[in-house]
Design a protein. Structure first.
Lengths: 227, 227
DNA sequence: GACTGTGAAGCCATTCACAGCT
DNA sequence: AGCTGTGAATGGCTTCACAGTC
C-alpha cells in the first residue's frame, strides 16, 4: 500500500472517528477496538481497519488502539495539527451562525475576518471578529494570509466571491451557496448544499410511504417507486 | 429497469438538477440537453441521462428535455410537490439560521415550530415561527402533524431529542449534531456534519502541499501522502 | 482468546459507446 | 445531424475471511 488514492468516503469517516475518539478520551477510555469505534460511528469494523490501513499500522493485534495516539495520528492525516486561517463571506443568518460555529473553531478553523456588502452589517463584530466591507476582501484576506474561504452569499453572487477569494490567494473554498462554482484546479472546492440534504430525506420518505404522486394517464415510472 | 435500487448519489444530483432547471426557467430557456445540464452542475452528460433513466424517459431524442416538464418530474420524484411540515429543535445560532433559511422554505420544507430548552429564548419568534419550550415538543409536533424534524442541539443532547421526535411521530430526521444517532428503522435519518466537510478540505490541502507532518523516527505512512 | 492488517471477492456506481428516434 | 436511452465495460469501494500478532 505504497501511494494509494484515498477514497473521499474514507476521509469523511476519519473525521468522524476523530471526534468519536475525542469523546472516548473525555470518558477516560485509553484503549479501543475497531469494533467499538465502528459501533460508535455507525460503520463496520472492517471498514474502520481498512480506512486506517491506508495510512499505516496504528493498532496492536490482540489489543486494539491507543485512543490518544490514534487520534493524534488521524489529526495529522487530516492536517489538523495547526490552525487554518479562515475567512467567511456573507454575514446573513447562515453566515453569522457559521462565523461563530464552535465546531469549526474547536477543530482548528479560525475565522479571522467576515465580509459583507451590506453597509449596515459592516463594522459589527461576531464573537470578536470584525465584519469588513466586501471591497476589502482581497486586501484583508491577503494580509491575514488566509488559506480557506467560506462562501455564504446568495447563489447569484457566489461565483464572483469565489473569484475574489482565488485572487486573494485562498487555497480552499467551502461553498454553502447552491451554485456550481468554477475555480482553478489548484484551488480545493467543497460544496455543502443544505437543501440537497433535506431533499434526500424527502425522497426517502416519499419512496417509503408510496406517496410519490402518480401522473394519471402517463406511463412514467416517476410516480411508481412505492415500496 | 423495473424496480431498481436508486443510488444515493443519484438522488443528490437530482436535487441539483432541479435547482439548475429552476435557474434555466428563469432565464427563459425552454429546452435543454443533458450536456448543458451536465455543464451547469459539474457532472458528465452520461451521468445526467443515467440518473434520469432510473425513473423514466423524459426527453426527446435529437432534441433534449423540456425544462419545465423535466423539473416537474424531478420534483415529483423527490417528493416535493406538496410541503413538508417540519419542526426544528435547538435555537442556538445555527438553529435560528436554519429556521429562517429560505432555501428550505422555497423547496417546500415549512418549519412550523422551533423548540429550545433555554427559557430566555422561549416565546421569541423567528420569522413568525414561535419558539416553544422543549417540554412541549411532543405535544406541539403531534398537533402540527409534522413529518420532519431538524436537530440543531449539542451532541450530548442529540440522542434524547431524536428519541422525543420519534415518540412525537416524526418520520424523518435531519441531524446537524456531530453525533451518531440511533433511530428505529422506520425513521429516515440524514446527518449533516459541517466539520466533516471543512476537514475534508483540510485533508486535501495538506495532501496537495505535501505539508502533512512527518513524525521523525516513525515509519508511519501517515505523513507521507504528498502528491 | 482477542483483535489487527490485508488480499481476494463481491458489489455498486460511473463511463463508454452505440443503437434508436426526431 | 443531434441528442436520448441503455447494455456492457470499467473502475472503485466495501465486505469477507483469515493469517499474523499479542
Amino acid at each position: 500500500m505504497k501511494n494509494p488514492k484515498i477514497p473521499e468516503a474514507t476521509v469523511m469517516r476519519l473525521s468522524t472517528y476523530s471526534r468519536y475518539l475525542n469523546q472516548a478520551l473525555k470518558r477516560g477510555i485509553t484503549t479501543i477496538s475497531s469494533g467499538e469505534i465502528a459501533k460508535g460511528v455507525g460503520v463496520s469494523a472492517a471498514q474502520v481497519r481498512k480506512d486506517l490501513a491506508y495510512f499505516g499500522e496504528f493498532g496492536t493485534r490482540g489489543v486494539g488502539y491507543n485512543v490518544r495516539e490514534l487520534n493524534q495520528q488521524i489529526l495529522k492525516i487530516l492536517g489538523l495539527t495547526s490552525p487554518w486561517v479562515t475567512v467567511l463571506v456573507g454575514a446573513g443568518n447562515l453566515g453569522r451562525a457559521l462565523a461563530t460555529y464552535r465546531g469549526f473553531f474547536e477543530r482548528g478553523f479560525h475565522i479571522r475576518a467576515v465580509f459583507d456588502k451590506d453597509p449596515a452589517r459592516v463594522g459589527q463584530k461576531l464573537d470578536g471578529v470584525e465584519i469588513y466591507p466586501v471591497e476589502r476582501l482581497e486586501e484583508v484576506t491577503r494580509q491575514l494570509g488566509a488559506s480557506i474561504g467560506i462562501i455564504c452569499v446568495p447563489a447569484d453572487q457566489a461565483q464572483q466571491v469565489a473569484d475574489a477569494l482565488v485572487a486573494a490567494g485562498i487555497r480552499g473554498i467551502l461553498n454553502f451557496a447552491p451554485q456550481h462554482l468554477m475555480v482553478p484546479e489548484y484551488v480545493e472546492l467543497r460544496n455543502v448544499d443544505l437543501s440537497v440534504n433535506i431533499e434526500m430525506l424527502s425522497f426517502s420518505l416519499a419512496w417509503r410511504r408510496g406517496l410519490a404522486q402518480k401522473e394519471p394517464g402517463t406511463d412514467s415510472r416517476a410516480g411508481s417507486l412505492a415500496r
